[in-house]
Design a protein around this ligand. Structure first.
Ligand SMILES: NC(=O)c1ccc[n+]([C@@H]2O[C@H](COP(=O)([O-])OP(=O)(O)OC[C@H]3O[C@@H](n4cnc5c(N)ncnc54)[C@H](O)[C@@H]3O)[C@@H](O)[C@H]2O)c1
Length: 405
């Protein structure tokens, strides 16, 4: 390959924090810039810039994704009290992912990156299980009360016309706890459409589960929304590409998941997705081998790694110590975004570059060259354990050789 690939529309690039911020420019310099005339619109979502702009930069970045359609995001610190002290922040800014998700109305899809020398803990899993997590409401937006003396525990709705509906949850004698959760039908509809669109895009079956036999209003509404939207908008499109939608109970789906060969989308309610995506990531090998994409029903895509800023490695890096941070999921964030840009803009060379880079990463690890986190779990033993930069250098040599062939 002699000429660099030309892009027509910019990718929205959202930079982040700590160790992943250290690796970000090196990934670009070694693996992307030599091959692509990269066009990006850059937003610095590092914690200092978010603090300086009162988090306006996060909102601007989300708007840019809505304008151009595709973003690639680095991992960012969600500040807690410790971070406020560490960086002298004005306040505990909200999670950038939460802000972006609320603006794009998205669903998060997490997909394990599989290599043949790391065996999933579940023996039957041959292909990735993608977890699609609804990222609105439920327990994450709850109201809770500790009723010290017990009493009548109720839920109340006052609708827009002032009509009050009241239900007793339980009357109890001693101290008790009460929790109120909600979701909106509009959000559940977006979630269903995002899942069906993703399944179509990847040509994989979509499984969804709730506990509708117990929760006859709340969970049953999720079930009905999925089934109605599928019947009205997706049944024929699924049939045309030979994929299926399957609904069952959450306990049944967990049992079936352990016997499946994988290669499907598991659409999960918010809490189920929170818990199950970590189980799936761990069972497939490592959080550093989990790609993540936020898909909006309006056709916006934001790619990122599923992991955080790898804080512990960053402190080692600051002390000048050797780190072995695995950059695979970050690289996949770039390849995912470049491929999508190529598909939307009709640039096959961009799509095939993304494919080649991913193949290079997989071949490199399968031939035994990897970072320390993978060396601990791979079989047979690693040929060479590389540090953060050596791994990227190894990939750079391999992709250069591959594309010059
Ligand atoms: N999407 C995001 O932007 C995102 C997600 C999670 C956490 N965070 C932020 O990241 C910071 C650190 O959080 P954390 O420590 O809970 O999560 P983390 O994902 O950074 O690290 C969790 C564990 O996994 C290991 N790990 C993760 N990625 C790795 C990689 N690429 N290579 C090797 N090992 C890896 C780390 O050593 C650590 O033990 C926090 O400030 C948090 O707010 C951001």
């Amino acid at each position: 390959m002699t000429q660099k690939i030309h892009m027509t529309t910019p990718l929205v690039e959202l930079d982040g924090d700590e160790m992943t911020r250290v690796l970000w420019p090196i990934i670009k310099e070694k693996l992307i810039l030599p091959f692509i005339e990269l066009k990006t619109e850059y937003y610095d979502l590092g914690i200092e810039e978010r603090d300086r702009t009162d988090d306006q930069v996060t909102v601007d970045a989300a708007r840019a994704i809505m304008k151009y359609g595709v973003g690639v995001k680095n991992a960012t610190i969600t500040p807690n009290a410790d971070r406020v002290r560490e960086y002298g922040l004005k306040k505990q800014w909200k999670s950038p992912n939460g802000t972006i998700r609320a603006m794009l109305d998205g669903t998060v899809f997490r997909k394990p990156i599989m290599v043949n020398n790391i065996k999933p803990a579940v023996r039957s899993w041959e292909k990735p299980i993608v977890v699609g997590r609804h990222a609105y409401g439920d327990v994450y937006k709850n109201a809770e009360i500790f009723a010290e003396k017990g009493g009548k525990l109720e839920i109340v709705v006052t609708d827009r016309d002032g009509k009050v509906t009241r239900k007793t949850v339980m009357e109890v004698e001693g101290p008790a706890i009460l929790q109120g959760v909600h979701n909106t039908v509009a959000s559940i509809e977006s979630f269903a459409r995002a899942c069906f669109e993703y399944a179509l895009d990847q040509q994989i079956d979509c499984w969804f589960a709730t506990k509708d036999t117990i929760s006859k209003v709340y969970d049953q509404r999720f079930k009905n929304v999925f089934e109605d939207i599928f019947a009205e908008e997706y049944r024929e499109r699924f049939k045309a590409v030979g994929i299926e939608f399957f609904y069952t109970l959450i306990d049944d789906v967990v049992a079936r998941m352990m016997k499946t060969r994988g290669g499907l989308l598991w659409a999960c309610k918010n809490y189920d997705g929170d818990v199950m995506s970590d189980m799936v990531a761990s069972a497939f090998g490592s959080l550093a081998m989990m790609s993540s994409v936020l898909v909006s029903p309006f056709g916006y895509f934001e790619y990122e790694a599923a992991h955080g800023t790898v804080q512990r490695h960053y402190y080692k890096h600051l002390k000048g110590e050797r780190t072995s941070t695995n950059s695979v999921a970050l690289i996949y964030a770039w390849t995912g975004a470049l491929r999508k840009r190529g598909e939307i803009d009709g640039i096959p060379a961009l799509v095939s570059f993304a494919d080649s880079l991913e193949t290079t990463v997989i071949e490199c690890i399968e031939e035994g060259y990897m970072t320390g986190d993978l060396a601990l779990i791979c079989e047979p033993k690693a040929v060479k354990v590389l540090n953060s930069i050596e791994f990227l250098q190894e990939l750079a040599e391999r992709i250069t050789a591959k594309l010059r062939q």
